[in-house]
Ligand binder design. Structure first.
Ligand SMILES: Nc1nc2c(ncn2[C@@H]2O[C@H](COP(=O)(O)OP(=O)(O)O)[C@@H](O)[C@H]2O)c(=O)[nH]1
Ligand SMILES: [Mg+2]
Length: 346
């Protein structure tokens, strides 16, 4: 793709402005290890919060669909055309929408769509069928340490997602070690330290401006020495004027692979659902330059762009590991497609 730089330049330029304020500088070069604190308990009611989080998407998408189909005794080509417009406007993506509507046309020809209710049910099942193959949970049980490299542009929720994951794995009785690979801002490591302190997991960090590869190198050594089960690596998410993000990522990967053969075992791309189709463009660019093996889709709460879940699955064809529906530790869950469509179509 020829316009990669332009896209990333614009994107990172835009996002860099949203970076949080500087934290305190960290004085020592040596890795600092955070010691255990209290443990978070998983909370129930996720489905209700998911429903609540998806309510805007549900309103715009299913609300419009219901207004189109309510009480409709007969379905024709015009109905499907109107449905197509609704789906596209709900961030499901043009490609996916066209495929969905084509499938519905086939059903219509087979006389399977007698009325509005039948069309609604068929659409729900077709959406489910498209997302289900990509709901593949991340299995971190082997090897040990299982290394997760977390990538994505600035502000999408990488650090937050790492904090939530660290807490989750720690809660499952695993020994977790986090590497503060975002060394551009002291605030990044500080933010991570808040999460790892709370979760009671180890953190390896260097001072601001240090080489992320050096952090990762120390983290690999520490993970082996301490018998960590899971190692999670945070990375900087913006194009620095002096450093090419993707070159840096490759270097990080090389170091990890050299210290822990076979690692990283997961390159988890974090995407912000509230950016809608932009998230899809970002993912496509990341896929071109790095081996993305899983996706975490954050900020599904309060966004009207939840339809992007469907596009993420059906266009990127990468496992959607986790969805985020809020800022607290229990707001990150494995993606469950049935739960998702149920919450959407309620
Ligand atoms: N509402 C909501 N906010 C989130 C979610 N995930 C992350 N955030 C917020 O997004 C902002 C950026 O997150 P951060 O982890 O610093 O992003 P990073 O730059 O990719 O590391 C923070 O204010 C987070 O609290 C989510 O699922 N829902
Ligand atoms: Mg961060």
């Amino acid at each position: 793709m020829s316009d990669n730089k332009g896209f990333f330049g614009n994107l990172f330029g835009k996002l860099a402005g949203g970076a949080s304020a500087d934290g305190e500088a960290i004085s020592d070069d040596e890795p600092v290890v955070k010691k255990p604190a209290l443990q978070e308990k998983p909370q129930s009611g996720f489905f209700d919060r998911l429903k609540q989080g998806l309510s805007k998407t549900s309103e715009t998408l299913v609300g419009k669909i219901d207004r189109l189909l309510l009480g409709r005794k007969e379905i024709d080509a015009d109905t499907l055309e109107e449905l197509e417009e609704i789906l596209i406007s709900a961030d499901i993506g043009v490609t996916t929408t066209v495929e969905l509507v084509r499938g519905l046309e086939q059903r219509l020809k087979r006389n399977e769509l007698k009325d509005g209710a039948a069309l609604r049910a068929a659409l729900k099942e077709d959406i489910l069928a498209r997302i289900e193959p990509y709901a593949i949970p991340l299995d971190v049980s082997v090897p040990s340490p299982f290394v997760i490299l977390v990538i994505g542009v600035n502000g999408v929720g990488k650090t937050t997602t790492i904090g939530k994951l660290a807490s989750r794995y720690q809660g499952e009785g695993k020994k977790v070690l986090v590497a503060a690979g975002d060394t551009f801002r002291a605030a990044a490591a500080e933010q991570l330290a808040v999460w790892t302190d709370r979760a009671g997991v180890d953190l390896v960090r260097h001072k601001e401006g240090a080489d992320p590869s050096a952090v990762v190198f120390d983290a690999c050594k520490a993970a082996l020495a301490r018998g960590a089960d899971v190692m999670i690596v945070d990375t900087a998410g913006r194009l620095h004027t002096k450093v090419n993000l993707m070159e840096e990522l490759k270097k990080i990967c090389r170091i990890i692979g050299r210290e822990l053969p076979g690692a990283p075992h997961e390159s988890l791309l974090v995407l912000d659902a509230s950016t809608g189709q932009n998230a899809i463009s970002q993912a496509k660019l990341f896929k071109e330059v790095s081996a993305v093996s899983g996706i975490a889709l954050t900020k599904l709460d309060g966004s009207a762009k939840g339809g992007v879940v469907v596009a993420v699955c059906s266009e990127l064809k990468v496992p959607l590991r986790f969805i985020g529906i809020g800022e607290s530790v229990e707001d990150l869950r494995e993606f469950e497609p049935r739960q998702f469509v149920d919450a959407l179509f309620q």
